[in-house]
Design a binder for this molecule. Sequence first.
Ligand SMILES: Cc1cc2nc3c(=O)[nH]c(=O)nc-3n(C[C@H](O)[C@H](O)[C@H](O)COP(=O)(O)OP(=O)(O)OC[C@H]3O[C@@H](n4cnc5c(N)ncnc54)[C@H](O)[C@@H]3O)c2cc1C
Length: 418
Amino acid sequence: MSRSASKESIAVVGGGIIGLSVAMELLRNGKRVTVIERDMPMQACSAGNAGYLSEANIFPPASPDMLWQIPKLLLAKDGPLVIRPSYIGQMLPWGRRALSVLNLEAHSKVTDTLAAMTRLSFESISKLASQAGAAELLTRNGGLVAFKTIAGLEKKAAAIDTWNRYGFAVKRLSGHQMRELEPALVPEIIGGLLFERSGRCSNPQRLGLRYAEYLRNHGVEFVQDEVKALAWTPNGEVEVQGTRSEVCYSQAVVCGGFWSGVLMKRFFRTVPLVSERGYHLMLPSPGLTLSRPIVFGEPHFAATPMDEGLRLAGTAEFARWDSPPSWTRADMLLSLAQKYLRHVDGRQAKPWMGIRPSLPDGLPAIGTVPDAPGIHYAFGHAHNGLTLSGVTAQCVAALVHGTEPPVSVAPMALARFN
Ligand SMILES: Cc1cc2nc3c(=O)[nH]c(=O)nc-3n(C[C@H](O)[C@H](O)[C@H](O)COP(=O)(O)OP(=O)(O)OC[C@H]3O[C@@H](n4cnc5c(N)ncnc54)[C@H](O)[C@@H]3O)c2cc1C
């Protein structure tokens, strides 16, 4: 027999950056909120990301180039992007859907939606951070992409028109201009791009933990439990079935990152979520200073200055979420960084692995279950979850209240995969 939570109460399943941001936004709107997290908040993917608040990440993951690389990806053991053989079965349907976004119309739908989201991202996250007393963790002085080859730079620069069309401030810089901004870059960097209005978070885990603290201090209940299923009851409530209790709420929001698929499968025919594992290497005394995040284009990885040192992050490893981490992938980041940054000191480096919740078209899943109007979802943010956390929270709050979201959520409905 399930008990009912108080009237107008909302359960948020998942205490990562998405769940906590949703809880912050709902609290701001005067709702009674309960966060249900099986672990402690901010221990999963959101704990160790690169902290880059990037306006520029608006393109789907698949590109025509990728088609040619597939055989290499399947064979490579330690490239920046690998697919583990035991995961190929899950990847085939995902890959088919990812490639279907290559047509112009589908591609524009993704970039239009992501651009509308990233445009609002810094302001929305800043609002939540200020409310939680964590504004000092955010900085907005741009982000760089750096190249060693003209070919690499030209290929990236081909997207400048698209970014300009969406109103993003992008500047092409020479190698000299890049080093003026970031003297630690090696002389072999021939140029790059500056995204002037991108920003960073100097400690993504602390940001989420400050949200959690603020939420607790303002009456939000935290329940440590694993949610096994959600059900829409005949009297219009959501029964949240946990391992320890069953409680009815007036509405619920699934923000379980990669694990959201398990909960959503009973409502949708297909939830093509895969585990795209990424690694970071934290250098406590890197021996150099950066002022902003730098993404290196060849191969793709990032370096972000953090409160506790320099964070090298990236690589994509499509693999079962629970298979043992391949720590060589984190170590690999140090040898890459040494080719791009002067005098990198890797002593006492600490590796970390996180599971990006990745959907094939690059859009997150944000919406409401069609036959269960009190069950909402927000997950699948892949490489963009920190950046999109605030604006996602605003979209979810609008779904809960039945008001107009700041960005149309229709293209992000899970039903797009049916
Ligand atoms: C190496 C790396 C670098 C990255 N860099 C950036 C970056 O620079 N900028 C950026 O914007 N993004 C970045 N990302 C992506 C970003 O970190 C993710 O998109 C984001 O953290 C996803 O947040 P989430 O809250 O959806 O998931 P998570 O952080 O994984 O949280 C989900 C939570 O739900 C809980 N949960 C799941 N199922 C249940 C259940 N049934 N019951 C109870 N609890 C449950 C889990 O325990 C977990 O705590 C990076 C990711 C990686 C791996």
